[in-house]
Design a protein. Structure first.
Ligand SMILES: Nc1ncnc2c1ncn2[C@@H]1O[C@H](COP(=O)(O)OP(=O)(O)OP(=O)(O)O)[C@@H](O)[C@H]1O
Ligand SMILES: CC(C)(CO)[C@@H](O)C(=O)[O-]
Ligand code: BAL
Length: 298
């Protein structure tokens, strides 16, 4: 099935045939993995991808392996027709890979880790802390599905968003460790122009009142950046700046971290390598994340 400017593939075989045909005429391929429910953050990744290669392929797949049994796999927004319409409106040649769960996990997959069987990819040393502290299953699921997707798509470039900064660190390590012949590019976080809330597919879960409070975390990150610009490098002061704003906004903070960009270990001071200032908070049953990079670029 294909629309005017977007070809849509559902099987591995279709993607491989497309990739071989494109390779044979010398086209390069940039890849944007997503879980769909596309917003302006995703579209920015696609626009950036289009500047890197001749063609862009976007995957849309809600990956069961990165959800725990108690998480929102069943309710995660699935909006394939609208996603395709948004991609069709972009001025690029785009392919979409929207596989079924059976196609991606031919021998089956369950969210119950104790019952999982088969082949998984784990990036030890970067997956256990921060997001991995609350979601111990998460990066194993992400690394596994992204390794599968890289293997299927065979891109020259893959683009990910800074909003999921730990994911970028984990996948950068995976690319190195498994010798994937591609360049991993990280795009800046796209925010609501009015209040700075990072765009996220899960923002649709927020009530009007929660949506109003949600930008408090980013206000905290901004005030920490201001302190850093004024010469403050101390962990407690930077983290307190975030905490104060978040508490003022009534957010239920899960963690705030100042970590090393190299190995994500917690640090006491921002040194010459810079730092990742990141965190997660809950609003009712919704969990959101955000971060800023201090003193370095990815
Ligand atoms: N606001 C954003 N700015 C830039 N990139 C983003 C933004 N939001 C998501 N991305 C990136 O888009 C890619 C696909 O992410 P995904 O489909 O999970 O969307 P999401 O909005 O992050 O959803 P979720 O609510 O599940 O976190 C990832 O590389 C992610 O980092
Ligand atoms: C990279 C990804 C598409 C893997 O399922 C997902 O974790 C996401 O959307 O960030
Ligand atoms: N963007 C991260 C995907 C997830 O939270 O499952």
């Amino acid at each position: 099935m294909s629309s005017e400017t977007v070809s849509v593939f559902h099987t591995v075989q279709e993607v491989r045939a497309w990739r071989e045909a494109q390779r044979s005429i010398g086209n390069t391929i940039a890849f944007v993995p997503t879980m769909g429910a596309l917003h302006a953050g995703h579209l920015q990744l696609v626009n950036l991808a289009a500047t890197k290669c001749d063609l862009v392929i976007v995957s849309i797949f809600v990956n069961p392996a990165q959800f725990a049994p108690h998480e929102d796999l069943a309710t995660y927004p699935r909006t394939l027709p609208q996603d395709i319409a948004k991609l069709s409106a972009l001025p690029h040649t785009i392919a979409v890979f929207a596989p079924s769960v059976q196609e991606m996990y031919p021998r089956g997959i369950t969210t119950d880790r104790s019952l999982q069987r088969g082949t998984f990819v784990e990036v030890l040393g970067l997956s256990e802390m921060l997001e991995g502290g609350t979601r111990p299953h998460f990066f194993r699921g992400v690394a596994t599905v992204v390794a599968k997707l890289f293997h299927i798509v065979g891109p020259d470039v893959a683009v990910f968003g800074q909003k999921d900064i730990q994911q970028c660190c984990v996948l950068r390590a995976m690319v190195t460790d498994l010798h994937f012949p591609l360049k991993l590019v990280v795009a800046p976080t796209v925010r609501d122009p009015e209040d700075g809330l990072a765009l996220s597919s899960r923002n649709v879960y927020l009530t009007a009142e929660q949506r109003q409070c949600a930008p408090a975390f980013y206000r905290g990150l901004r005030s920490a950046c201001d302190l850093f610009a004024a010469g403050v490098v101390d962990r407690n002061q930077l983290i307190d700046a975030v905490k104060q704003e978040a508490i003022k906004g009534g957010l239920d903070i899960e963690y705030i971290s100042l970590s090393s960009p190299d190995d994500l270990s917690e640090i006491e001071q921002v040194g010459s390598a810079g730092a990742v200032l990141s965190g997660a908070w809950r609003m009712g049953s919704t969990r959101l994340i955000d971060n800023v990079l201090i003193g370095f670029e990815f």
